[in-house]
Unconditional design. Sequence first.
Length: 391
Amino acid sequence: MIACPAVPIDGDGDGGLAAGLAAIDCQLGAAVQAGYAHVFGAEGGFGTALRALLVIWVAVLALGLIGGHLRLSLRALGPRLFGFGLVLTFATAWPAYQTVVYGLLVGGPDQIASGVLGVPHGATQAFAGRLDRLFASLVELGRQYDAQAGGEAAANVKLASRLVWSSAVLLLCATVGLLVVARAVLAVLLALGPVFIVLALFRGTRGLCEGWLRMALAFALVPMLVTLSGAGLLRVLEPVIAAIALDPLAAAEQRRPLLMLVLGCVIYLGLLAAMAWTAAGIVRGWRMAYRRDAGDPGAGALAAASRGQGGQGGHAPGAPAPPASAQAAQARAIAVVAALHARQARPGPSAAPVVAPGAAAAAPAGARRGTGLGQRFRPAAPSAPLGSRFH
C-alpha cells in the first residue's frame, strides 16, 4: 500500500495548495488501488462472478457456432479473442490497469496541459503553487485591512476587508473545490472500472461500459481545462492585487480596484464552471468504434434486406430519403415483379426464372444463415412439376 502524507492545514513550510493537492492525489490513488484489489483482485469477493461471466460468454459463443446462428471467420474471430484478452487483462492485473487506464486518465491530461503551458513538472502542481501565492497575497491584504479597521475611514476599511476576504474565499473554493471534486469522482469511477470493463464483453451491457468510459474521460478532462483557463485568468488578477497592495487605504477610499477584484473572481468562477460544462460536452457525442455485427456476417445482409423491403412502399413526405442500398433493393424488386407479369402475359415455353442483378448473390447468404450443424447433408426437396410455378 502506498504511504501518503497528510493534507497540510497551515501554509507555512512545505504546506499550501500544491502540497495539499499532491496529498489528496496520493490518497485517491491508494483508494483506487485498494478498490481494485477488493473487486477482482486476490482479496476480492467478485472473482467467482467474473469466472461465471467468462464461462457464460464462451458458452454463448460456442452454442452460436454449433447451432449455425453465428458464423465466425478468422478475420472476425481475431478481434473477439483480442478483446477477450484485453478485458481479462485489465480486469485482473493491476499493473496493466494502472499503466494504461489509470495512467492515461489521470496523468495523460496533465501531461498535455504541461506541454501547453511549458511546465516541466506537472501543470496542476504549478498552477496550484501560483494560486497559493496569489491567495497568500489576498490573506495578507485582508489582515492589513483588519488591522486598520479602527482608523478614521473605518467604514471604507471594513467594506474593503469584506470584499478582499470574499474574493479570497471565492477564488480558493472555485479552484480547489472543482479540482478535488473532479479527482474524487474520477477515483470512484476508476475503482469501479473492472466491473464495467467486464460488461464490454456482452452486447446487451456494452452501453454501460461506454457510458462509464465517457464519464471517466469527462472528469479526467476537467482538471486540464481548469488549469489551462485558470492560468490565463490569474495573469489578469495578479496586477489588480498588486495595485491594491501598493496603497490599501487609497484603494479602500476609491473602491474601484476592490470592485474590479471581486468582478474578476466572479468571472473566474464562471469560467471554471464553463470549463466543466465544456468537458462534459466534448465527450457527449463520442461513441466507441466497435462493429455490432462483427461476429454475425449474415445479420448485416438480413438488415439490409429488411430495409429494402420496408422501402418498397415509399416514404412519407418530409421524411429523410432511404439510403442507396434500400433504393437499389427496391429497384430490383420492381424489376422482378414486372418481368414475372410480362412472362405470365405471353404464352410460351418455360424458361429459367428471372433474377434481378445482385439477387443471386444475396439469396444464398440469407439461406445459409438459417442452416445449422449437419443441415448441409439433408436431401434436397423434390422439384415442382414443369410449368407449375406459373399457374
